[in-house]
Design a protein around this ligand. Structure first.
Ligand code: NIG
Ligand code: FE
Length: 407
């Protein structure tokens, strides 16, 4: 006897088959009209055309001819921060650039100053409504980075805040240690890097506070030489690696990530055709963040070229106060269609199974027997409304592990 049958579904739409989808395979979705989904112990136990269902279930819910898609996976957020960046937003609207503000000690440095003053409990309290907003927008798995702590102690507090948040939401939170920006002076930078390698990463690994280490490779942040040392330490400690790279300048981060077997390289706004081809030949996921292009007015990452080259592309909100105050994973999907040249099926794949792969996860991101029953009931009978509709939430119900979440 199954616990639950979700019936009366206009269409179930999902990527299918194990592993990330690359190139043309990103467009292949399974669409089952007039469908039903059975759930047992939080896992999908049956899925198919409703007329073929012959099992039994303790309870049956009629979804009233609404479409169902997998719960979205947001593979890149900085949801824990304190303070705001409203002054930056105003300064940028009158001509200052994001990089100038950062180089002058503002921007990310400002958020670090605000965040380091908070306890982990205060950080979690600030972050919970952001996580809840992402969940309402369809995210059932959410990566959350540290990176505004800077000091050993405050970075640990950020990761402890993410652990507190894990107990306060049903969405699956995946914590990442982000090595964000660095001291300007070379000697101080080296000392900071040694603290990261000898103290921070080993302690985070020992306490299992993160599953991956991310590093920001950029002119105003880390060089690819420094990043190689930090990421090698992360791998030696048993952690996976990711990079923020090719956002403003080509500084070798993409090549480094591919060479070192990174789970993902993220941003890619200035990625060349050769770099698209390089990442396409690797197992590394190319994560694009259209909210950044919209908010900072940057050229959009070449999503179309990446997919045409055969890459596996994922989409994230990059929710953060400075470059992407975007609180909707579904909106990130819709923006990728408009700004990065993805088709609607590619964008769904990028926000589900490929985003899961960017986090090293295989049990979420598609609706098949044996997978977690993480799914969205839409306000529409047609799944394409999810990426088409702007400014209105088309997610009607969010289910995590077979449990409907409070709206
Ligand atoms: O992903 N580029 C670096 N880090 C973040 C932004 C952080 C901030 O501006 O506060 C990003 O864009
Ligand atoms: Fe980011």
């Amino acid at each position: 006897m199954n616990e639950l049958l979700l019936a009366g579904i206009s269409q179930v739409v999902t990527p299918f088959g194990v592993g990330p989808k690359r190139g043309a395979a990103m467009r292949q979705l399974r669409i089952v009209p007039e469908a039903a989904v059975a759930v047992d112990a939080g896992v999908i136990s049956w899925i198919g055309p409703e007329r073929e269902w012959s099992g039994s279930a303790e309870s049956v819910i009629d979804l009233g001819r609404r479409a169902v898609v997998p719960g979205l996976v947001d593979p890149h957020t900085h949801a824990v921060w304190a303070g705001d960046r409203l002054a930056d937003f105003e300064a940028r609207s009158t001509g200052a650039t994001y990089e100038e503000i950062l180089a002058a000690g503002g921007g990310i440095w400002h958020t670090i100053r605000e965040t380091t003053e908070k306890s982990s409990e205060e950080m979690a309290t600030l972050a919970l409504p952001r996580i809840e907003a992402l969940q309402r927008s369809g995210a059932t798995t959410i990566e959350v980075k540290s990176g505004y702590g800077y000091t050993l102690e405050a970075e640990m507090r950020m990761l402890e805040a993410i652990r507190l948040l894990q107990g306060r939401t049903q969405s699956r939170l995946v914590p990442t240690l982000l090595i964000h920006i660095c001291p300007e002076r070379p000697t101080e930078r080296q000392a900071y890097r040694e603290m990261v390698c000898n103290e921070l990463i080993p302690e985070v690994a020992r306490r299992r506070l993160a599953s991956a280490v991310d590093i920001f490779v950029e002119h105003h942040a880390w060089s690819s030489e420094d990043a190689r040392i930090v990421l090698a330490c992360a791998q030696a400690a048993g952690l996976r690696i990711k990079l923020h790279t090719e956002q403003f300048q080509q500084v070798g981060g993409l090549e480094l990530g591919v060479e070192m077997g990174a789970l993902s390289v993220d941003h890619l706004e200035v990625c060349s055709l050769e770099q698209c081809e390089l990442v396409a030949r690797s197992k590394t996921i190319a994560t694009i963040l259209p909210g950044v292009s919209l908010h900072l007015g940057l050229a959009a990452a070449p999503g179309r070229k990446l997919i045409d080259a055969g890459a596996a592309v994922a989409i994230g909100t990059d929710l953060n106060p400075g470059s992407s105050p975007l609180f909707s994973t579904a909106a990130a999907m819709g923006l990728a269609v408009r700004l990065n040249g993805l088709t609607a099926p590619e964008a769904l794949t990028a926000c589900t199974v490929n985003a899961a792969a960017a986090l090293g996860l295989a049990s979420v991101g598609r609706l098949e027997v044996g997978m977690q029953a993480d799914l969205l009931v839409l306000e529409s009978a047609d799944w394409r409304d999810l990426s088409y509709t702007l400014g209105q939430n088309m997610v009607c119900e969010v289910w995590v592990a077979g449990r409907k979440q409070a709206a």
